[in-house]
Design a protein around this ligand. Structure first.
Ligand SMILES: NC(=O)c1ccc[n+]([C@@H]2O[C@H](COP(=O)([O-])OP(=O)(O)OC[C@H]3O[C@@H](n4cnc5c(N)ncnc54)[C@H](OP(=O)(O)O)[C@@H]3O)[C@@H](O)[C@H]2O)c1
Length: 331
């Protein structure tokens, strides 16, 4: 254990795409856990697009202002626990933030699922991004054999989990990704039926060929013009799960959605997804997912950078779409 804390604070609120200079690494005194608190040392930090909304002050979990430490979910090692709930050295999940040490009330600290082959899975496939994918595709859209499902950002945290869950349920999955390498990986490793390169191909033209009968389920992780295009290609009674706005987070304005007349014509069912609503069902999800993971049927590609100092650059890559897999910082 060192004698100081290291943390990344927001230096300035970005307009447009964030740059590493919007963040600042600083050293502060080691936090001291009060009686009944748990002191944790971060091992892995999850970087997620919702942080872009937090630093703009428009996320449902609240905002982060300049001078404040960046928030985030972590896998951490318990250094000391005066509450008696955890043992020193135990790995736990908590909202440690972009910092080396953090202190928590015991109710805000969770043990990791048992039998994890890698602790960072508690932040990715078996963590928040996996739960989001399961909630969207299994609980909300109720994807089943025979469905044709369209998933953008298919090599990312949520997208790659969703593609594998849908495939395991017998659905046909069409992915969208940025670049030939990502598309190749989606077809060979995620085993999606086809992956459309959003930088090189006309998505509408490809969908006409790949899904002439229409798409049954669109998992919207992107927003922007792709949402309307996907709705134009919906089959009648298609389901759309609205989950994220990757195409819009860096912008101060938000796009209008597809016209209601289009959704009426398609008899579409559109639902919004907030993963926090599914926290109470996390264990049910983990128990359904672990056997698939243990059997080698699903896996997680992680985009890992080493050291807290790399977090700003890794976050900026995520927000420009250059990440390849779930973004994790190994601290
Ligand atoms: N509602 C919820 O509760 C909830 C929970 C978790 C996540 N989410 C949302 O789910 C989405 C995916 O999150 P994630 O953590 O899994 O991130 P991710 O997919 O690992 O990374 C984001 C990906 O989005 C794509 N992208 C970036 N900019 C884009 C643009 N302008 N147009 C189209 N695609 C773009 C890029 O993939 P390509 O370059 O390969 O296209 C990029 O790799 C985000 O919108 C996030 O906010 C929502």
């Amino acid at each position: 254990m060192t004698d100081h804390n290291e943390r990344v604070v927001l230096a300035a609120t970005p307009e447009g795409e964030p740059q590493p200079g919007h963040f600042c690494l600083e050293q502060t005194p080691l936090p001291e856990a009060a009686l009944g608190e748990v002191l944790c040392r971060t091992r892995y930090l999850s970087l997620d697009p919702y942080m872009r909304s937090q630093i703009s002050g428009r996320h449902i979990s609240g905002g982060v202002s300049p001078g404040e430490v960046m928030r985030g979910e972590t896998v951490a090692e318990v250094v000391a626990d005066t509450s008696g709930h955890f043992s020193a050295g135990q790995l736990v999940r908590c909202m440690g933030g972009w910092q080396r040490y953090s202190r928590h009330a015991p109710a805000d600290v969770s043990p990791l699922p048992e039998g994890l082959s890698a602790p960072s899975l508690a932040l990715s496939l078996l963590g928040m991004t996996g739960l989001t994918a399961w909630a969207g595709m299994v609980w909300q859209a109720q994807v089943e054999a025979g469905d044709t499902v369209l998933i953008p950002a298919v090599t990312g945290g949520v997208g790659s989990a969703a593609a594998q869950f849908c495939r395991e349920r017998g659905a046909r999955v069409i992915g969208i990704a940025g670049g030939a390498d990502k598309c190749h990986w989606a077809e060979s490793e995620l085993r999606v039926e086809a992956c459309i390169d959003r930088h090189q191909e006309d998505i509408g033209d490809r969908l006409k060929t790949l899904a002439p009968q229409g798409i049954d389920v669109y998992f919207d992780l992107i927003g922007g013009p792709l949402l309307q295009l996907a709705c134009e290609h919906l089959a009648n009674y298609g389901r759309v799960v609205l989950c994220g706005l990757m195409a819009e987070y860096n912008s101060a304005t938000r796009q209008a959605g597809p016209p209601p007349g289009l959704l009426i014509m398609k008899r579409a069912v559109v639902s919004g997804l907030v993963v926090y609503d599914y926290e109470a069902r996390r264990e049910e999800f983990v128990q359904a997912c672990l056997p698939l993971l243990d059997a080698g049927r699903i896996s997680q590609r992680e985009d890992v950078s080493e050291g807290l100092a790399t977090a700003p650059e890794a976050f900026c890559r995520l927000m420009s779409g250059d990440n390849f897999g779930k973004v994790i910082i190994k601290v």
